[in-house]
Design a protein around this ligand. Structure first.
Ligand code: FMN
Length: 212
């Protein structure tokens, strides 16, 4: 389901013009990554951008994605980390092909960037090694985004809690204190949301400087 908001803004001469547009494409099983996606959307919109959210899951028909990536100026791609990787549906959506054929959809030519930019984001538990556990997934999403000719200029990650699937006492889970981030049962928290906001504010400033 794509969630859309477009409004006219004034340029320096007082003329109406279409705002710059951002696509946030993400997956989220238990809502943590979605919370970050919503924070990002809010920051884009209060800075005068239009921003569409597109949430994917394994039931998404990847051959019928209801938008054109080329219509956007900026892209954010996000996923929870599962087994050190982003969710397959996120990668496949970027390749815009069926799950089975996604490997065939890559262009066999040097990528020339068109000036469009993007960022990747993830939530993760990082019990063993902290943020390092998000890096492979962020890099993979970065790669796929660049295949779509959006140059990746940053990435964001923060811890996110997923409750254990079975009664905690019945399996040999480490105590929360033994985990890299300690107790993450309230993550992402207010501080993570503030970091997420600051991250996008900085990116918008950077884009504005680069574009002059
Ligand atoms: C099946 C499964 C596998 C996971 N694997 C990892 C992992 O390899 N590394 C990690 O840091 N977190 C892992 N996590 C934790 C999630 O990435 C984390 O809780 C995330 O915030 C969930 O995001 P969501 O609420 O958007 O689905 C895993 C969670 C699940 C359910």
């Amino acid at each position: 389901m794509i969630e859309c908001c477009t409004s006219l803004i004034k340029d320096n001469n007082g003329e109406n013009k279409l705002p710059k547009s951002c696509l946030i494409l993400y997956a989220s099983w238990t809502g943590n990554t979605e919370k970050i996606a919503l924070i990002f959307k809010n920051v884009f919109e209060r800075n005068g951008w239009s921003c569409d959210l597109y949430k994917v899951d394994r039931n998404t028909d990847f051959t019928k994605i209801p938008f054109n990536y080329d219509d956007y100026d900026f892209m954010c791609v996000g996923s929870p980390i599962h087994n050190s990787l982003p969710l397959e549906e996120v990668i496949t959506s970027l390749r815009k092909a069926s799950m089975e054929q996604s490997h065939k959809a890559l262009p066999h030519e040097k990528i020339i960037f068109s000036g469009k930019k993007g960022i990747t984001f993830a939530t993760y538990s990082g019990a063993h090694l902290g943020p390092k556990e998000a890096i492979v997934a962020l890099s993979w999403m970065d790669l796929e985004m660049e295949h779509k000719r959006f140059q990746c200029i940053g990435n964001f990650c923060c811890p996110g809690y997923t409750p254990p699937p079975v009664e905690k006492n019945s399996i040999n889970l480490p105590s929360e204190d033994a985990c890299y981030h300690g107790d993450i049962s309230n993550r992402p928290n207010q501080k993570d949301f503030q970091r997420a906001e600051m991250f996008i504010e900085d990116i918008l400033e950077e884009i504005a400087i680069r574009l002059g």
